[in-house]
Design a protein around this ligand. Sequence first.
Ligand code: NIG
Ligand code: FE
Length: 421
Amino acid sequence: MPPDKKTTLLIRNVGQLVTMEGPVPRLGDQMKDIGLVEDGAVAVAGEEILAVGKSDEVEGHVDLAEGCRVVDAHKSVITPGLIDPHTHPVFSRTRENEFEMRILGKSYTEIAASGGGIRASVRDLRETSREQLVKKTTERLNKMLSFGITTIEAKSGYGLSTESEIKSLEIIRDLNEAHVIDMVPTFLGAHEIPDEYRDKRREYIDLLINEMIPRVASEKLAEFCDIFCEEGVFNIEESRSIMSAAGKHGLKSKFHADELASTGGAELAAEMDAVSADHLVFISDDGIRAMAKAETAAVLLPGTCFSLGSGRYAPARKMIDSGVIVALSTDCNPGSSFTESLPLMVTLAALHYKMTAAESLSAVTVNAACAIDRGRQIGLLAAGLPADMVIWDMGDYRELPYHYGVNLVRAVIKRGKVVIE
Ligand code: NIG
Ligand code: FE
């Protein structure tokens, strides 16, 4: 322990300390190893972790600063702060009308084709003031934090004009400063063809390539570029040209791929060295092999299949067994998956992907970090890393998928400060 650093926060009497220490990313069987320490403690100095391990080892060596806060975990579970690697949090109006239409028999694609779906959210965002969008997005971030999420990836994609996409990304930038949740920004101008370009899609693609991407990159408003590569949205060739333009401007890539049909999106993501490809309900065997080889992370979104009631889920076990980096996310958005609860995704992953609690914990921590290019920087509890942690109201980590529909978070610590208790 560095002698000059004093402990400002000590969490003791931890029943199960899920450190996630071990290989990053976790592949295949490695996902079962969550770096579990029984009877543990964590010492924090300022924003960083100072020491993690068995109680006697940590507590015997710490030098408590004046006013150090000591938290008794009462034998409960502690994990790293959860990471949600795929969210669409910047929108105003919700779309419960469409949810009800789906319950009554309409499909997501039918609703989108008749002018609802993403385009309805676009019309709404363009009319909404910045203040209102900030207010609504903040409410969502607060809910995410209450479910133990300390870092998210956040996409634009409901503006689809240069001005409105920039407005969305500026809101993400400003909230990243103002809110305790860390946000990794993604430009998703290629989410859909907006109403005014329906008959001239090539012009919208040119606008993306020649105006929006260069502007977003030069103003440093995004780290990633994403695209909805799907039948009826952007095809493979269009996706290749848009994403290579993004790459030339220094944006890393992510793909919405093979969600509604198998189009070769996963293969393209791997070919383009994307950091992640997400959804993947209809991924082909070639796509699985290509993603494993390219080390492109698979971000699986079970809440989307659940909320769309589609009945078909991504072949998660096959991807895990093939050595793909598997992460989980909420896909929080007003259309296909309106939830801020990553723990609920752990329950759905158990039931529909047959993933154990340990595998899902790997998927919402270390592997989720890899899916946003933050591997080994966040998602695990180790000396020198940011002190982002969750204290859970449970004595066994396997309760996480099992005890569903309630919030099991007792406290959230972000950069060494208790922000929820
Ligand atoms: O990830 N698939 C594309 N985009 C979102 C849905 C957006 C919406 O319906 O508003 C998704 O599921
Ligand atoms: Fe999405």
